[in-house]
Design a protein around this ligand. Structure first.
Ligand SMILES: *Cc1c(COP(=O)(O)O)cnc(C)c1O
Length: 460
């Protein structure tokens, strides 16, 4: 009997999850603890208070509470742009002539154009609750800065965004959106901080880096009374908030009487993937089901597939606590031709542990193949995907084509994290045939891996 499955399924407001799910509560083994770099000891709650809001610090270190209530104020703003639809890619399936069923969870239906708003709203809410005076952050491509601007505007919290100068100049409209929501946006390096002034004194033309932008944002937060610095990926608290993606998808599939054989997501710092897979990984860990779970990363920034599992700094500025994760070394820089996003050197400690313990797989894909998939998807499904999301599309298409070969009717679910309207320079270079691929050699990867810090008694 063929089921009548709609192109798009939206849960009703009543069906929307009212709790986030903490995957750590069901993991057989926990990831190694975050370390305070000054002492080499596991970070305690008090160590985190100068950096994070109290409630977020608590979420960061809690690996026992299975479900966290989503505060009502957060649910209220979720309801403005959620639930996000679970879509069936009928046209793409037909174009690929595959027996596979392809589903995707679309997170691009908000102004930030990505899933990042799910955590930005939570982080801004807890900052407001604690009576903080303002927040600072950095942004590279601009999605995180935009999402946090939206959230801070909603809760009426001042926000300073330090945006990598090269990106600030290349994507001027990103700045305009953030300013529309009331954020102050500064090209980094700026004259507003010691860190920025020092770099500009040595090199007035410096075009900035994520490391420098983080240093500026952190410096402003610790030197401004009542300010905190916030991060949009990698951290356990961010994966917790992003579990809303997976919980909605899991519930929608249940309503359709479907279950994925494969769950696929792109991996930058791991927040969307960690959120999407959370309830499916729960089923796997508790023996209820056994879906394959695949992380997709760029061949030019291959943290999972070619990185090492070690303690490293989460930022290029070496200010944050150290996390045990798959990393290419915090000084790693993807090659200049890399346009496809997901350029973070490390990976969520939760996902790193699950990958290390073989609960999930990872593949690396080249950017021209990613844009080929993005273009095909746009033509058949009408959504112009973010290059980051298109990594997951690439892998979903590859798996659907394998089903065509084998005749297997697998059910595939992938995360479509966002839209690509600000990535037109990259699309243009793909369309003009000038986009190239770069797979770093082992020799190219080695220096930043060698530069991963030694921690006496813990790692050589
Ligand atoms: C930031 C971003 C990503 C990657 O970040 P994760 O933390 O790995 O999820 C993926 N897709 C889009 C659209 C993004 O903005």
């Amino acid at each position: 009997m063929t089921k009548n499955i709609p192109h798009r399924l939206y849960l009703t407001e009543d069906q929307m999850p009212k709790q986030w799910y903490n995957l750590r509560a069901d993991m057989k083994e926990q990831h190694d603890p975050m370390l305070n770099p000054a002492t080499g000891k596991p970070a305690e709650l008090e160590d985190l208070y100068p950096v994070f809001c109290k409630e977020l610090a608590r979420q960061e270190l809690d690996n026992e509470t299975r479900y966290f209530d989503i505060p009502e104020e957060v649910q209220d703003i979720y309801k403005i742009y959620r639930p996000s639809p679970l879509c069936r890619a009928y046209n793409l399936e037909k174009a690929l002539d595959t027996p596979a069923k392809i589903y995707y969870k679309f997170e691009g239906n908000n102004t930030s154009g990505s899933h990042k708003l799910n955590s930005a709203v939570a982080q801004a809410y807890y900052a407001k609750e604690q009576g903080l005076k303002g927040l600072t952050t950095e942004t590279g491509a601009g999605q995180w800065g935009t999402a946090l601007s939206e959230a801070c505007s909603y809760f009426n919290i001042p926000l300073e965004v330090y945006m990598v100068k090269v990106s600030f100049n290349q994507k001027p409209f990103r700045k305009n959106i953030m300013e529309t929501f009331g954020a102050q946006v500064f090209a980094s390096p700026s004259e507003r901080t010691e860190a920025g002034r020092k770099i500009l004194a040595e090199d007035p033309q410096n075009s900035g880096s994520l490391g420098c932008a983080i240093s500026e944002a952190v410096e402003r937060a610790v030197t401004s009374d009542g300010y905190r610095y916030v991060l949009g990926s990698v951290l356990n608290q961010v994966l917790l908030h992003q579990s809303i993606i997976g919980l909605e998808a899991h519930q929608a599939m249940e309503l359709l009487d479907e279950y994925p054989d494969l769950v696929i997501g792109c991996a930058g710092g791991g927040s969307n993937l960690g959120g999407l897979i959370a309830p499916f990984m729960r089923d796997k860990l508790t023996g209820k089901a056994d879906p394959r779970i695949i992380a997709v990363e760029p061949a030019s920034c291959p943290s999972f597939t070619r990185g090492v599992y070690k303690y490293d700094f989460c930022d290029t500025g070496k200010i944050t606590p150290m996390a045990k994760m798959y990393t290419l070394g915090c000084t790693f820089k993807p090659s200049a031709n890399h346009a496809g996003g997901l350029r973070y050197h490390g990976m969520s400690p939760i996902l790193s542990k699950l990958y290390h313990d073989k609960y999930m797989e990872a593949v690396a894909v080249e950017q021209t193949k990613v844009f080929e998939a993005a273009t095909l998807f746009a033509k058949y499904e009408t959504i112009l995907p973010a290059p980051e999301s298109a990594h997951a599309i690439r892998s979903a298409i590859d798996e659907a084509l394998k089903c065509k070969e084998s005749g297997e009717e697998k059910t595939i679910l992938f995360g479509l994290t966002g839209t690509g309207y600000f990535d037109m320079v990259a699309y243009a270079s793909f369309n003009e045939g000038t986009m190239s691929d770069h797979i770093p050699t082992d020799e190219e990867l080695q220096p930043s891996i060698d530069a991963i810090p030694v921690i006496p008694g813990i790692q050589e």
